[in-house]
Design a protein around this ligand. Structure first.
Ligand code: FE2
Length: 291
């Protein structure tokens, strides 16, 4: 069956090497330039290194306000601590879903001195009415993330939202987030085809972290190279065909906010005045005040 309105590949955003924190080397696609967003997704970083010098310095204490950060580890081990006294470990396959909202000051530090560190950090904007709500976070160990085995090989990990009848731990069971995010990690063997239904009107993109793929219905399929974000047109389902060597990719979709975005580093608000307030609150030790 073919969808009445299949999505096509509208834009390719190549990831660029950069560094953040205390010098952690990473590749940034969304967020690599001001305004390079896929509303409500603000930024996507991939960190991947076998060289401890690329990651050991970690992300010492730093603030956030106005959005959510989602860290998904593939390999390695990070410890996070925040000003509220929360402390958690993030291991292979685990996710930390942190809602910074009115403010969090936290650190994210590698807990390994050798071996591979690989994973992603995604920033998802919050609507204006939620930017100043209390901060919160969830640690989701790998064992709580359901895996759907695909016919013909391959698999889908459902981190947020639903894939078929399988519901992820975030925005799947119970509380629905206002941006209604879908976050899938999909592995396909060489040449395999995959179709995912997506909500019409939601913005969506893929990020190929191993291999490459063709995106879109046959006849209109376009190549998405390795380590690039592929932004999709609006529509219904998306079809992905793995290259001969197979592909692993993230598939993200969410309801756009259609609100002004004013970003200053780790603060993302709607107006300049709100950014000034965030800076004043941070300098005055009030950014992450609980009351
Ligand atoms: Fe952070």
């Amino acid at each position: 069956m073919s969808s009445a309105n299949p999505r096509t590949l509208a834009r390719v955003i190549q990831s660029l090497p950069t560094s953040d924190g205390a010098g952690v080397k990473l590749r940034r696609s969304l967020g690599a330039q001001p305004g390079l967003h896929v509303d409500p997704f603000l930024m996507l970083d991939e960190f991947f290194s076998d060289n401890p010098n690329d990651y050991l310095a970690g992300f010492p204490a730093h603030p956030h306000r106005g959005f959510e950060t989602v860290t998904y580890m593939l390999d390695g081990h990070m410890r996070h601590e925040d000003h509220l006294g929360n402390r958690g470990d993030l291991g292979p396959g685990g996710v930390q879903w942190m809602t910074a909202a009115r403010g969090i000051i936290h650190s994210e530090m590698p807990q390994q001195t050798e071996g591979r560190m690989r994973g992603f950090q995604l920033w998802i904007n919050l609507p204006s009415k939620e930017k100043m709500k209390p901060a919160g976070y969830r640690d989701i160990p790998a064992g709580e993330i359901p895996v759907v085995r695909l016919q013909g090989g391959g698999q889908v990990k459902v981190i947020a939202g639903a894939f078929g009848d399988t519901r992820g731990p975030v925005n799947g069971n119970g509380v629905r987030l206002s941006t209604d995010p879908l976050y899938l990690d999909v592995h396909l063997p060489g040449g395999a085809e995959f179709v995912a239904p997506l909500t019409s009107g939601h913005n969506a993109f893929l990020y190929t972290y191993e291999g490459s793929a063709e995106i879109g219905p046959s006849g209109q399929a376009k190549p998405l190279p390795h380590r690039a974000a592929g932004v999709l047109s609006d529509g219904g389902e998306v079809r992905v065909k793995a290259s001969a060597d197979g592909v692993r990719f993230l598939l993200l979709a969410a309801k756009p906010l259609h609100e002004p975005v004013v970003q200053y580093g780790p603060f993302v608000m709607n107006t300049r005045e709100e950014i000034e307030q965030a800076l004043a609150d941070y300098r005055g030790g009030r950014l992450a005040a609980t009351a």
